[in-house]
Design a protein. Structure first.
Length: 223
């Protein structure tokens, strides 16, 4: 039975396994890459802990994702322990990088229309701060794809001493075409390492070789 989130007598009960709770900010905030910073401290983490099929990822630690939201933006922070980085040479951070998914990357797929789940947007950030965003409609070949520009902000840093990198996203709700709704359809992913030994992490496993399975998305509840 699907678990729901309830607010009862001032107590916030735990979200179900296919839900993330995002807590509201009173004002917009600058992105920071420290999970202990005030922006993220109250955020309950979700985890991309297994592979695309739901299988354990050998030798790897789970990816932690925290979220907040304001009237204008959705904020995401990824904490990504790594074994081996696979980075694109000569990174460009002032323009989007096509095929960024061929390298190490953190990803968020977000849908806002429950009646048309094949339409969603995609956001990616690399450990070097490269980024790309796409508007995807799997039933409409005329969708903007990579030509779309959300105006989202991306930041990243690598903590080589602790074999961890961090990525943060600040996504305008205006780019999603909505004011902050009660919930979003979402899935969260990470890709690590060079081929042929790439490792794939999913918050909600897609049971497929691809992340592009909107029926597998979970829910983000905005509180």
């Amino acid at each position: 039975m699907r678990l729901l989130l309830f607010l009862l007598s001032g107590t916030l009960l735990a979200a179900g396994p296919n839900e993330i709770v995002s807590l509201r900010l009173d004002t917009d905030a600058p992105l920071v890459l420290d999970p202990d910073a005030a922006l993220w401290r109250k955020a309950e983490p979700a985890y991309a802990a297994n592979g695309r099929w739901g299988e354990p990822v050998p030798g790897s630690k789970r990816t932690e994702i925290r979220s907040r939201w304001s009237d204008g933006y959705l904020y995401l922070l990824y904490t990504c322990p790594y074994q081996q980085l696979h980075l694109k040479p000569n990174p460009v951070t002032n323009a989007e990088t096509n095929h960024l998914w061929d390298w190490d990357v953190a990803e968020a797929f977000i849908g806002v229309d429950p009646d048309h789940i094949d339409h969603y947007t995609e956001y990616e950030v690399s450990p070097q701060g490269e980024w790309v965003d796409l508007d995807i409609n799997r039933t409409n070949r005329a969708s903007p794809g990579i030509e779309w520009n959300s105006g989202f902000e991306a930041r990243a840093r690598i903590d080589a001493a602790h074999h961890t990198w961090y990525a943060a996203m600040k996504i305008p709700f205006a780019a999603l075409g909505v004011k902050p709704p009660p919930q979003l359809r979402i899935n969260l992913y990470r890709i690590e390492g060079p081929p042929p030994d790439r490792r794939y992490f999913a918050w909600q496993p897609t049971r497929s070789e691809t992340f592009h399975v909107p029926a597998a998305f979970g829910r983000m509840v905005l509180k």
